[in-house]
Design a protein around this ligand. Structure first.
Ligand SMILES: Nc1ncnc2c1ncn2[C@@H]1O[C@H](COP(=O)(O)OP(=O)(O)O)[C@@H](O)[C@H]1O
Ligand SMILES: [Mg+2]
Length: 273
């Protein structure tokens, strides 16, 4: 297989402006804020690309633009060569299925009244996934994949720990059988020990399913543990994109050096491989 074939997601010159509305011009109404400014990146099969950057640097907006939860103003997104921005109707729905997101707060995406099993099955049914016609085995397979006991299927979100809830959110994302997983601060709210277990799970998903993962975190130390490459964003732009070891050992951009100085211990020897 050539290197080109292994590229799953390609983002080219993506740009997103937010226009401040309301109030008077003197208060900033009509002012344009460029949240994402000409971002290009790609992710291969079985690769974790870490996306770092301070709060407000545009990481979440970029993630949402890729899947068109936020409509970008310009630039292009390709999923295995298919043009995501040009897609409409059922084609767009099909492409969206193949790029799944996991957010910081799984509570927000889980219906408190639904059992874990029903929540996982719902995604399979919405996308008419072949396995979902056999609910028990569909749910069991996905619980296995995220290392949750099968008996969890009958629990409700309030009966789970934060880490377990996040595993359910990941199982729901996997229920759509995606090519790309975008995790936006998916471990940021968890304790360090739970965080480490979840990071192991993402590495397993990369290795066992060959998923292409965009792993977004403001914590460079977290990205250092699992990313194959890291892109660093500042003010809407990617200021540096390099393989993890060289970015940590010899950062070229001043902003990256400042980030490393602020978080001094992202030790690549602690990488989960
Ligand atoms: N819906 C929106 N309307 C206006 N401005 C927004 C909106 N979403 C994000 N922004 C602004 O875009 C910038 C980037 O935000 P965001 O992508 O959330 O950054 P990050 O995820 O890196 O913290 C911030 O200045 C933020 O205030
Ligand atoms: Mg964010």
């Amino acid at each position: 297989m050539t290197e080109l074939n292994r590229t799953v997601l390609t983002v080219q010159h993506l740009t997103k402006d937010f226009v401040f509305r309301g109030g008077r011009a003197a208060c900033g109404a009509g002012r344009v804020h460029r949240a994402v400014d000409g971002v290009s990146l790609d992710i291969s099969e079985g690769e974790i690309l870490g996306l770092a950057g301070g709060s407000g640097s545009g990481k979440s907006t970029l993630s949402r633009c890729i899947i068109r939860l936020v409509e970008p103003d310009s630039g292009r997104v390709f999923l295995r060569g298919e043009d995501v921005r040009a897609a409409k109707g059922s084609d767009l729905r099909a492409l969206r299925r193949r790029i799944q997101m996991v957010f910081q707060d799984p509570y927000a995406s889980l219906d408190p009244r639904m059992t874990v099993g029903a929540a996982i099955l719902e995604v399979g049914r919405v996308h008419k996934m072949p396995g979902s016609s056999d609910p028990n085995s569909f749910v069991a397979t996905l619980l296995d994949r995220v290392h949750l006991h099968r008996s969890m299927a009958s629990r409700r979100p309030s009966e789970l720990s934060g880490g377990q809830r996040q595993r359910v959110a990941i199982a729901r994302a996997l229920a759509a059988d995606p090519d790309v997983l975008i995790a936006d601060e998916a471990v940021s709210a968890l304790d360090v020990s739970v965080q480490a277990q979840l990071l192991n799970l993402f590495v397993d998903l990369r290795d066992e399913l060959g998923l292409a993962i965009l792993f977004v975190s403001h914590q460079l130390a977290v990205l250092a543990q699992i990313s194959d490459r890291i892109a660093v964003m500042n003010a809407g732009r990617i200021v540096e994109l390099a393989d993890t070891a060289s970015l940590l050992s010899s950062p070229e951009h001043e902003y990256v050096r400042a980030l490393l100085a602020a978080h001094p211990h992202p030790d690549p020897r602690q990488r989960i491989l």
